[in-house]
Design a protein around this ligand. Structure first.
Ligand code: HMH
Length: 206
């Protein structure tokens, strides 16, 4: 099994992960400020969890994936700094509690430690691939969201996601982890969908 097979075989699930009224509203400029604020604060929490999980994954990664995973960890740390600056500019507090959906995503990512490396790598790729496609679906987007859209649609990010896909394909080559990899992929698709729903509803975050 290859990563591309997962995208094809689970096209419907993947669509719900990467197409959403939230993204349509980023595109047409009708997004409620509360929804955007919810997304921003919850995504900050999400990236914090993802960072910690990726540090762990790096420790158990095969030699061939270490360079790529180090760059992923560095990118996630830079993303936390970026989110902190965005939040400051918009006067949003980041010291709020994670929404249950965000917490569930964090709990899922912490299971990567128990998964075969190929399955953890599949999920790692799927998480980034989901954001690449989701924000591409918001293009060109309203000027006020330009920086956000750019972050996950720029060619550098797209090629990084391509590298994650290659490393995932390599890890999956032996075929021993296909079942776990497929389950992890589907879990990412579902959690991405729930994450957009949560942001869209503009759930209060205290
Ligand atoms: C919910 N999925 C979510 N947030 C992100 N920042 C990414 C994926 C990409 O890192």
């Amino acid at each position: 099994m290859k990563p591309a097979d997962l995208l094809m075989q689970h096209e419907a699930a993947w669509r719900t992960a990467t197409r959403h009224p939230f993204l349509d509203s980023v595109r047409d400029g009708t997004l409620a400020p509360q929804s955007f604020a919810t997304w921003l604060v919850q995504d900050y929490h999400f990236v914090g969890y993802e960072f910690a999980v990726q540090v762990h994954l790096l420790l158990s990664a095969p030699r061939s994936a270490q360079n790529l995973l180090i760059r992923n960890v560095a990118a996630l740390e830079a993303e936390l700094t970026w989110f902190e600056a965005q939040a400051k500019e918009l006067k949003l507090s980041l010291s709020t509690s994670p929404h249950p959906v965000t917490a569930a995503y964090g709990a899922f990512m912490r299971t990567f430690e128990e998964l075969p490396f190929a399955a953890a790598m599949t999920a790692t790729w799927a998480i980034e691939r989901a954001y690449l496609e989701a924000w591409q679906n918001a293009l060109p987007g309203q000027p006020m969201y330009r920086e956000y859209i750019e972050r996950w649609t720029n060619p550098g990010f797209a090629s990084f996601v391509g590298e994650l896909e290659q490393a995932t394909a390599l890890a999956l080559e032996s075929g021993g982890a296909d079942k776990e990899a497929e389950a992890a992929f589907l879990e990412v698709a579902e959690l991405e969908h729930k994450f957009w729903d949560m942001a869209w509803s503009g759930a209060a975050h205290r």
